[in-house]
Ligand binder design. Structure first.
Ligand code: FE
Length: 193
């Protein structure tokens, strides 16, 4: 009788805990995978371009030109189609604030575009953008597969305190940051292609 009661109690405890365990397992998986995998045809979320986009940025893979100071960072990743295929020749156009939170609206400092290679890869050498009032730390980017629609979005830094207060921030757009061999932020885009 005693043993039976104990089993029943264990069973009820297990039933009560299962949803909680499932929740934590999901949260843990999400924490491990800040860049959502290409699945279910889901495109990278769109975001506002903000007021500082300028067309005709120079084609280049490094924005670290003379006079640009700040913490170096490399952004890299793959542009994929909604069917998860790498997209070669996709436009990837970045613009960002300098280390003190200012955009260059006269020239093209910290602005540049490139095209993905045969494996759909992009790589940009730049600096960590500074904060400016009302926004958390972010990069602006436009991505476009050849002859397809344009995706405008932004990329964010994990662990940034201002993420919680920024109404535009989207956790699906967090960079996968690594410090091994220099600071690197990874993000794979999924676009109409
Ligand atoms: Fe901005």
């Amino acid at each position: 009788m005693k043993a039976k009661g104990l089993t029943r109690r264990w069973f009820l405890a297990a039933v009560a805990t299962a949803p909680l365990l499932w929740y934590f397992a999901k949260a843990f998986a999400a924490a491990l995978d800040p860049t959502p995998a290409c699945a279910n045809g889901v495109e990278t979320p769109e975001q506002t371009p903000g007021p500082f986009f300028k067309p005709r940025s120079p084609e280049r893979r490094s924005l670290r030109e003379a006079g640009v100071q700040g913490t170096p960072i490399v952004l890299e990743g793959i542009v994929r189609s909604t069917r998860c295929q790498p997209v070669a020749g996709a436009l990837v156009d970045f613009w960002q604030a300098d280390a003190s939170g200012h955009y260059d609206n006269e020239g093209y400092r910290l602005r540049g575009h490139q095209f993905t290679d045969a494996d759909g890869k992009y790589r940009l050498e730049t600096i960590v953008p500074g904060l400016y009032p009302g926004r958390t730390r972010h990069f602006h980017v436009r991505v476009q597969a050849p002859h397809r629609s344009l995706l405008t979005t932004q990329l964010y830094f994990p662990g940034e305190p201002e993420n919680r207060r920024d109404g535009i921030f989207n956790p699906k757009l967090l960079l996968d940051l690594s410090e091994a061999g220099g600071r690197t932020g990874r993000f794979d885009f999924v676009v109409d292609a």
